[in-house]
Design a protein around this ligand. Structure first.
Ligand code: ZN
Ligand code: ZN
Length: 176
């Protein structure tokens, strides 16, 4: 597989029960197939420590602006850049087709210090969903006013459309 960031050939690296693909001697990025990253993304998952320092060439600079091709699926499948957690500190490249994730150097280290373990990570995610739901309820109350008293007619159907709902869903699914 070719590195999606610098084009070098990726090398397989075995860490505990994981086989990841690293851009060793290139840009130093790491490719995780579906669900692999979840096994090393918290501080207490010690297997991830050996992935923090992939040897890289100082001469290779990567461009974060261009959409990247998924190394697993190949062209024309580009990856989407999105935040890895509700803390919005690290943006990762993810392929919506194979659900693999590409990390640039340094990103794994930042991801790993955010949460001690997966319970903490999930708790943060639940708080985020609760906040989203609360925001949505408040927004509905602003747009439509308080619910009508018993017996009053319901609002006209056109005002029942909630333009913010797709946006809300996008915001939620970014972190799943
Ligand atoms: Zn590379
Ligand atoms: Zn893919």
């Amino acid at each position: 597989m070719r590195c999606p960031a610098c084009g070098s050939e990726l090398a397989e690296m075995v860490v505990a029960d994981l086989r990841v693909d690293v851009c060793r001697g290139g840009c130093g990025g790491i490719w995780f197939d579906h669900r692999e990253l979840a096994k090393v993304d918290d501080r207490e998952e010690s297997a991830g420590e050996s992935l923090l320092d992939v040897e890289r060439s100082p001469d290779i600079k990567v461009d974060h602006g261009e959409p990247r091709i998924c190394p697993r699926c190949g062209p024309p499948h580009t990856m989407t850049r999105h935040f890895y957690s509700p803390r919005r500190e690290v943006e990762v490249d993810e392929c919506s087709r194979c659900e693999g994730v590409w990390l640039d150097p340094g990103e794994l280290a930042t991801i790993r210090v955010q949460f001690a373990d997966s319970a903490e990570r999930q708790a943060e995610f639940r708080r985020y969903l609760d906040r989203m739901r609360q925001d949505a309820e408040e927004q509905m109350a602003c747009e439509f006013g308080p619910p009508p008293p018993n017996g009053a007619p319901l609002p006209q159907s056109e005002s029942l459309e909630t333009p913010s709902l797709p946006l809300l869903l996008v915001r939620i699914f970014r972190f799943l």
